[in-house]
Ligand binder design. Sequence first.
Ligand SMILES: Cc1ncc(COP(=O)(O)O)c(C=O)c1O
Length: 342
Amino acid sequence: MNLEKLVRPNIWRLTPYSSARHDFEGTGGIHLDANENPYETGLNRYPDPHHGLVREKIAAIKGVPPEFIALGNGSDEIIDLLIRIFCQPGIDQIMTLDPTYGMYRVAADICDVQTVAVSLDTEYQPVPEAIAKATTPHTKLLFLCHPNNPTANALDQNLVHRIVEAFPGIVVIDEAYIDFCPDKTFVPWIKRYPNLVIMQTFSKAWGLAGIRLGMAFSSPEIIKLIYKVKPPYNISTYTQEQALQSIRNKNQKDWWVQKILDQRQWLTVELEKLPMVERVYPSDTNFILVRVDDAKKWYDHLRQEGIIIRNRSNVHLCDGCLRITVGTALENDALIQALKNA
Ligand SMILES: Cc1ncc(COP(=O)(O)O)c(C=O)c1O
């Protein structure tokens, strides 16, 4: 891979903003360099722009060196940064495998970057031949969502392997839901494939959607580009501290994952008993895709009962489908009761 050829020329040439905290990275001393308020509030200083400590702790739990890790204000910021690093507006394209997470296209649209959508097959698996056929010299980024939202399935490892080997640009694997099937992660592959970026997030299993913290795992060259382009203080002090605390208390996350997996199993069995349910798709995530006889009717009914799910029936290959997040035992029971009593 020739990274220089893939990156937008203006980004390759860019002189990044150098903040006071970039200039002086030590601790201690009298800080009269960043026009901060000197009076202690706990938050009067700018946060670490390099996210040093958080990256170190993430490195330890993921088994990846810190220089292979970048942090974003949610994975959504990483998606946006990757598009801005690699795609020239009006010229380059991203590729998505539909149906999939909607932000790839929206982030591209905002940058005036075209999205080429290639269909998954009817088992919601990628088709390497179709991807190769639709790829042009301007297809810079290919987004794979693994496990996929909204279909809930993990992608087949052999197919992903063929795709990563063949794709001439950057392959982004969005592992937002990987904590629910950790054995299926592609993170170890970043050592072998310098054109691979894996994204994960604290928004799902870690119970921290509110702090906005996403991770990118990639070759140090791509990580450096992300740090060159990102806003200097994209991760707040509060977020960095909360992340450190949650990592220290990692057992809590593992406990939640187990609870959610148990509840997913219960919900699957109960949904399959209901007369309106035609198919419960297998899930590797914390949500379930369900095909019902009349998606709009059941979506509206649940809404009236105060239960909000997502109607995905207008989405490609998801005819008649609802997407249901696995809740607490009480919430899941309320959902089943509301459908039983309809
Ligand atoms: C596949 C996928 N990627 C990324 C995100 C967003 O992650 P974050 O909260 O880290 O921006 C979501 C949120 O639903 C998602 O489903």
